[in-house]
Design a protein around this ligand. Sequence first.
Ligand code: SAM
Length: 216
Amino acid sequence: MSFKYVIEHMEDNLHEWCILEYCHISTFIPTSNLYFTNLSKAAESTLLDIKTLQGANFFTDHIIDLNLKKDKICLLDPSAKDILKPEDGNYFEYFLFGGILGDDPPRDRTCELRKHGFKTRSLGDLQMTTDTAINVTKRVIEDKVAIDQIPYIDFPEIKLSTKESVVMPFRYIALSHPNKSTLQTTTDELKLNLVPLLPEGMIELLKKDGDMAFEF
Ligand code: SAM
């Protein structure tokens, strides 16, 4: 079965952060399996022009108006009581995510999707960015990896300059082999040669946005 990943865009604007995350998703999910819903006309038009997103499915409709079979949809919800398991791929075809920029503390905006009564699954207690949540879901459902077997880094501190660093208040997938010239963490993970899997361009955007980054 080819699984579909639905991102219900829930921000008023299409912030640069959203674009970087959405482009990042297309590096590990074929665009034909990506559905972006609830887009404004302007956001749809911007995304349609992005080369790496060619072939993705864009809708101004809300997920609920696409008339998909509700029992085939799984909402990834941090407050769900059941953890996502590889067997969930036997029941669900669509995995639904809030296209929400992470915030600290988390504001539970995923509740806007929960109210429609979708079945829900959690990826654990810690907040992930939307691209990370989709990557973890893909690894569990398609690659059949148990969620606790995926390497993570929690709340990595990323150096932006010799004086400045920023703590990303999220759980990320961990990568080994850091390219220390572009990314340095100051956390213990560095000792293990682990770095967070971030969208391309995110470090540059962090440098530009600085401390305002999580004050949406
Ligand atoms: N603070 C946010 C909120 O208001 O709900 C969390 C948003 S998170 C940045 C974006 C989306 O990723 C969520 O709507 C959810 O679909 C998914 N997600 C992130 N972390 C998750 C987790 N631990 N379990 C399940 N889904 C998660």
